[in-house]
Design a protein around this ligand. Structure first.
Ligand SMILES: Nc1ncnc2c1ncn2[C@@H]1O[C@H](COP(=O)(O)OP(=O)(O)OP(=O)(O)O)[C@@H](O)[C@H]1O
Length: 272
């Protein structure tokens, strides 16, 4: 049995992107990007500024329409037209601004736009008690140093906020959580706790896609790393099979390959 066949059986791809293209006027932001995010794995997407990482996730999650190519989610071709539609399918994205409301509590943020009600239809009352209890039990399972669910987000540290945003994204039956630079603004201890959280989500079989400039972090938390350069994913490796230096060389082009050469070389170095 080939490695690929074996992998597909054990870790089914939640997301498969093939040949995605996207132009903004004269700027070809994506020119044939591929990506696979298997269930229960952390997939890292790395590349220099302007390589196309954000555009790729925005095209996947319905923020931007893509021009050509295919996105499959749980095996089914999809063309999502909004982040709300993505969310309804179980794809959650945590952007750097976190989208938390500072003046609301942790539990209110957890249930933002998903409030639970008692009673019927629009006459229902907010079910405060249940939302508090559910926030508590969901977050307790995921976070080591959990802030009280009744505290306001403005009182939390950067790491706690990031953890709440990720914890929220990983609730609601999400199968894919996408994170844009999840620890860029954090100190060492806080970064460690977010990385622990990423490990727990992996144990919960959630597929995670992480954009990160921190290659040490990629080596610590990711199973697979995909390299983007000038709108194309030029190579990908199992992290266990690649050195940090090799990744840097691919990102910068110092490995001497133009897109074509690197792509041609990729299958021999890639474990799928
Ligand atoms: N809305 C937009 N309109 C026009 N051009 C855009 C838009 N979004 C991205 N681009 C261009 O597309 C290219 C890819 O940008 P993108 O932000 O996806 O790269 P990135 O890899 O995420 O970079 P960074 O690491 O700096 O966030 C860049 O040339 C950028 O200027």
């Amino acid at each position: 049995m080939s490695a690929r066949h074996h992998d597909t059986q054990t870790k089914a791809p939640v997301l498969e992107v093939t040949g995605l293209t996207k132009a903004f006027g004269a700027v070809q932001a994506l020119s044939g990007a591929d990506l696979v995010c298997p269930r229960g794995e952390v997939t890292a997407l790395v590349g220099d500024n302007g390589a196309g990482k954000s555009t790729l996730i925005r095209c996947i999650t319905g923020v931007h329409p893509f021009d050509d190519g295919e996105v499959r989610f749980n095996g089914e071709p999809v063309r999502l037209s909004s982040p709300t539609e993505a969310r309804a399918r179980g794809i959650e994205t945590v952007y750097q601004d976190l989208a938390l409301v500072e003046d609301l509590t942790v539990w209110q943020n957890m249930f933002l736009n998903r409030e639970l009600k008692r009673g019927i239809g629009r006459f229902g009352m907010l079910d405060r008690r249940r939302m508090i209890a559910e926030s508590q039990s969901r977050l307790e399972r995921l976070l080591v140093n959990m802030p009280p669910v009744r505290s306001r987000v403005r009182r939390l540290s950067g790491g706690q906020r990031q953890s709440i945003a990720i914890g929220r994204a990983a609730s609601w039956g999400s199968t894919l959580v996408i994170m844009d630079e999840p620890t860029a603004a954090l100190g060492v201890r806080e970064r460690e706790s977010v990385e622990q959280l990423i490990g727990r989500l992996r144990d919960d079989h959630i597929a995670q896609l992480i954009i990160s400039h921190d290659l040490e972090q990629v080596m610590r938390v990711a199973d697979t790393v995909w390299i983007m350069r000038r709108g194309t994913t030029i190579a990908h490796w199992r992290v266990a099979d690649v050195s940090r230096e090799r990744i840097v060389a691919a990102i910068t082009g110092a490995d001497g390959g133009n897109h074509r050469a690197t792509t041609a070389e990729a299958p021999t170095t890639v474990v799928e």
